[in-house]
Design a protein. Structure first.
Length: 298
């Protein structure tokens, strides 16, 4: 009996030791390893979609370069002569003047003293007269940007008629500018290329903002539907411009004029006056004027 009790006691002791060992083994287990988690991004439908890790941008991948502004010419038109321009207006007449405001020099002067009817270029003088007397700015700008003849006629009558021309010719020293023989035909005002250059110099020097803004915003087609981007705009090659154009037919020739400022800071004043035989249509004459300006800008 006493022997069995000893065996029993030994069994109890061994069982206790085993329990301790088992308990200790749970406490010493390695900590659970972290599970890799992919960040979920909700799609528009609400279903999470794993987002891809961002890719490193290759160091040698070419970047898109900003477009460079057209390089400003040192001097425009210095290699152009009268014969070259005459060839572009077969059977007609051409005068061209380019003035460089940066250097204060005239870089082109071809048949500069030749006179022409102004067509719509006289609207520059009409605009000056209206604004000087506090007239409607918006209507003046429309007259210029769309070359609106109805507004020009109304202003011509209301603000002095031929005295508009004589007054500004005296004030600006326009030696080749005269009012029309028929007082009612403002488009028959007589002009020269150097005189139109003087008008632009006055506008720029006196910061005639309302007028210059209208010229920079000239529409592609005038109020009569005529395409007025011939000459300076079509030949500008990305350079900024502000223009006043003129066209008329046929007393006796077909007249097309392009005038304005060109380049950064309105560096150049460009005036090209032309007459073409009445048999030359407007598209052909327009291209000829553009070709002339292209020659000047080389």
């Amino acid at each position: 009996m006493r022997k069995l009790s000893g065996i029993f006691l030994v069994g109890l002791c061994l069982g206790a030791i085993g329990a301790v060992v088992v308990t200790a083994s749970h406490g010493w287990a390695d900590a659970p390893k972290p599970i890799a988690v992919t960040e979920a991004v909700a799609t528009p439908s609400g279903t999470p979609t794993p987002s891809a890790a961002p890719k490193a941008e290759p160091e040698d991948e070419p970047k898109e370069q900003p477009q460079a502004a057209p390089k400003e010419d040192a001097e425009l038109g210095t290699g152009v002569d009268a014969a070259a321009l005459d060839k572009l207006v077969r059977g007609g007449n051409v005068s061209a003047v380019v003035f460089d405001r940066q250097s204060g020099k005239t870089t082109v002067s071809v048949h500069a003293d030749r006179g022409y009817t102004s067509a719509s270029l006289v609207k520059l003088l009409i605009a000056l007269s209206v604004l000087e007397r506090g007239g409607p700015v918006a209507d003046v700008q429309r007259m210029l940007s769309r070359s609106d003849d109805d507004l020009a006629s109304r202003f011509w009558v209301s603000y002095g008629g031929t005295s508009i021309v004589t007054g500004w010719a005296k004030k600006l020293g326009l030696t080749g500018t005269r009012p029309p023989a028929d007082p009612g035909r403002w488009g028959d005002t007589q002009i020269t290329a150097p005189d139109i250059v003087k008008v632009y110099r006055y506008l720029l020097d006196h910061k005639a903002t309302a007028i210059l803004t209208a010229l920079r915003n000239a529409t592609e087609r005038g109020s009569d539907g005529f395409r007025q981007y011939f000459g300076i705009p079509d030949a500008a090659g990305g350079r900024p411009w502000a223009i006043k154009q003129g066209w008329s037919c046929c007393r006796p020739a077909r007249t097309l004029h392009t005038s304005g400022v060109l380049g950064e800071d309105s560096r150049y004043i460009v005036v090209v006056l032309t007459e073409h035989p009445a048999g030359v249509d407007y598209p052909t004459a327009s291209k000829r004027v553009t070709d002339i300006v292209t020659q000047l800008l080389r």
